[in-house]
Design a protein around this ligand. Structure first.
Ligand code: CU
Ligand code: ZN
Length: 180
């Protein structure tokens, strides 16, 4: 009888601990993300570096990118499906992030891949700066960009070729993480 009471008490204690831990996890999932960041490194044979930040504002997500080490001109600039940058050519990041199953297009078009950020243009020194408000992408909810990857391409996105924009090889990449 005494043993049974002890076993019951122990079991009760373990289950309350388990429920408490589960509740904490649920709370964590409900945090609203306000800022995100991707630190960009280069794929093999390239020299791209930089930072891309994403901040929630009234009309969408404020994207700011500062990159160095690019060749002169426009470079396709996208969020790709997988936050996997383990391959040295960037191909492990998969295709464009497209949770709403839209065609490839330009950033200001509502019918586009969620990851379509257009092009980023580098000057003769290889420096590129981009600053715009994205009306489609999200930091929170089921279509959140968190955990996916930013990809910078060798060539310009033509906004026509499906589903890639024909932007060529991947020269830089970085995983999007939650920022303070
Ligand atoms: Cu891309
Ligand atoms: Zn696309």
């Amino acid at each position: 009888m005494k043993n049974r009471i002890i076993i019951t008490l122990v079991f009760f204690f373990i289950s309350t601990q388990f429920l408490a831990a589960q509740e904490d996890y649920t709370k964590h999932q409900k945090i609203t993300i306000k800022r995100a960041i991707a630190v960009i490194t280069s794929t093999k044979g390239n020299f791209v570096r930089g930072v891309v930040t994403f901040e929630e504002v009234d009309k969408g997500i404020h994207v700011i990118a500062n990159l160095t080490g690019l060749t002169l001109g426009k470079h396709g600039f996208h969020i790709h499906e997988f936050g996997d940058i383990n391959s040295d050519d960037g191909n492990s990041a998969g295709g464009h992030f497209n949770p709403m199953e839209m065609p490839h297009s330009m950033p200001m078009n509502e019918k586009r891949h969620a990851g379509d950020m257009g092009n980023i243009e580098a000057d003769e020194k290889g420096n590129a700066h981009l600053d715009y408000i994205d009306p489609v992408m999200k930091l929170n909810g089921e279509y959140s960009i968190i955990g996916h990857a930013v990809i910078i391409h060798a060539k310009e996105d033509d906004f026509k070729t499906q589903p890639t924009g024909n932007a060529g090889a991947r020269v830089g990449y970085g995983v999007i993480g939650i920022a303070k």
